[in-house]
Design a protein around this ligand. Sequence first.
Ligand SMILES: [Fe+2]
Length: 360
Amino acid sequence: MYRNAKNVGHYMIGKGALSQLGDILKPLRDAGRPGPALFFLDHCFRDGKLAARLPVESGDLLMYVDTSQEPTTESVDGYAARAREFLSGKTPGALLAFGGGSTLDTCKCVGNLLTNPGKAEDYQGWELVKHPAPYKIAVPTLSGTGSETSRTGIICNEAKNLKLGMNSDYTMFDQVLLDPELTAGVPRNQYFYTGIDTYMHCFESLSGSYRNVVVDSLAEKAIDICKRVFLSEDMMSDENRELLMIASFLGGMAAGFVGTVHPISAGLSMVLHMRHGLANCYALSVQEDIYPDEYREFMRMIERQGIDLPKGICRGLSDQQYTALYEASIVHEKPLTNRLGPDFKKILTQENVIERFKRM
Ligand SMILES: [Fe+2]
């Protein structure tokens, strides 16, 4: 069976592009779609300076998304309830997200819940969303996760110890606006941890078994750009910030089937509540046998950019916590099979996986 692949409908790229957001939003507010706009902003913009630059009107809703932890089924249900209450039956003209992967994913998942009954956890999986979501616009302020172009919105289900997205064409944004001025103030470590996510999911997809030429081309280009950015003198120069934004955009389209980095990373996010980008870095740092070339290259990038990755993050954990780390990793059979084949459990035994966590 061939997959009928969908890409983002419209995109705009360029320094200062944010000033054109009002033009994009206007037709969505006019006839046919008279509803208000819902703005989701990362809580790092609480000072109101970004909001002041946005085309927010008096009848709109502006919500700050708490991204101190990754989105959970509970947090998404909470934002969806607030949005529903505010709309009280009206159809929104558009949903807009400003932030990194956590804010973008929250907006994507809330969108699905505005047109589909039930709770966030009902849609964790593949092709479970039945009705199209409202029109959604992504404005990334952090590059790397590829959420702006991917067909998933990742959420942590604490009760089930499961990090899994709403994978659906309806989850995707309809419009992306990339303005590299928005990433100028990101702290260096965070910029690296998140940016390198693109490199990770692209090499994972390229070394896997579910492939096609289009996706491979996108992934190869995104990897080239990441190398150029992270092996350069200054990964945060004006030019590099724009390049990384483009790499993230391409990488999001290429990220369908990851390998063994993302499952181990998911374990860290579930059990230690570690942020995705940083968790990926730790996951790759103990997979020199599975991805030898990428491991070496990644170490060079970290050194070149002077990025911190302190050891000992699993020191002092209980046996129960190590078991939970193993379980929250090994549950991701699709990506693990993608890299290691159907017998992946013969390589990644419980002992083997726990030994890797102990080395982090
Ligand atoms: Fe990722």
